[in-house]
Design a protein around this ligand. Structure first.
Ligand SMILES: [Fe+2]
Length: 235
């Protein structure tokens, strides 16, 4: 059967620098936290330098605005193709569903990065009539996930500007005996992949056999409150 593609394009501007934004895309731990409404499990099978192969158990939005009543597993290969582009290849249902997304990052200033997402879903030609529904579904998905990420992104940059160090925090908060430092200007943040992780739930025994040392599983720990970690008083 001849194939074609359903296409969807979205653009938005995030109020943070490009590398902080790309960090957010490569932070897999927050998928089951910040996006707990859509994901219940993420398993990183292998990651290194500019790529990550993972499995995700997701609940997508229907074109009508409500979530499908089931989760499905996707295999996802993320590649940081260059400093301004990320490609993600998804497959699901035994490779029957194949989808390719490209994210283009344009840093407008140190406080503003434009993202354009291109999504291509491979389908048999006879389903081409689904294009308007598909476009609506992915726009909804993009808008919802974007909104969920926003607070986390802004909070990270705010803390970064105060001298925050990944997985160490702020020394004067950790130790009240250390006087508070005022950081006027930091070196721009540059992402280094793979980013460190500390909250993996399961360490697969087979890792030792494969020798990759990079398999990590994150499982959703809550599915009701969406305010965990937010709404804290200003530091
Ligand atoms: Fe996110």
């Amino acid at each position: 059967m001849s194939k074609t593609y359903l296409k969807s394009v979205s653009t938005s501007i995030s109020p943070i620098s490009k590398w902080h934004l790309i960090w957010n895309y490569w932070d897999h731990e927050h998928i089951v936290g910040t996006h707990f409404l859509h994901y219940k499990k993420v398993n990183i099978v292998f990651e290194q330098n500019n790529f990550c192969f993972s499995e995700r158990w997701a609940q997508m939005f229907s074109p009508f605005g409500f979530p499908y009543p089931f989760y499905f597993k996707t295999n996802d290969l993320c590649i940081l193709t260059n400093d301004n582009r990320m490609d993600v290849f998804h497959s699901a249902f035994f490779d029957i569903i194949k989808c390719h997304q490209t994210f283009i990052f344009e840093e407008k200033s140190e406080n503003e990065t434009k993202v354009t997402r291109y999504t291509y879903l491979e389908i048999p030609k006879l389903f081409k009539f689904l294009q308007p529904l598909y476009d609506k579904m992915f726009q909804l998905w993009f808008d919802n996930v974007w909104e969920e990420d926003l607070a986390m992104r802004e909070r990270r940059v705010k803390l970064w500007n105060m001298g925050f160090v990944d997985f160490k925090g702020l020394d004067y908060v950790n130790d009240p005996n250390i006087p508070r430092k005022i950081v006027n200007k930091r070196e721009p943040y540059v992402l280094k992949l793979p980013i460190p992780k500390i909250t993996q739930i399961k360490q697969d025994e087979s890792e030792k056999i494969k020798g990759s040392g990079s398999e990590k599983t994150f499982i959703r720990l809550f599915k009701k409150s969406k305010h965990i970690g937010y709404g804290l008083p200003d530091l």
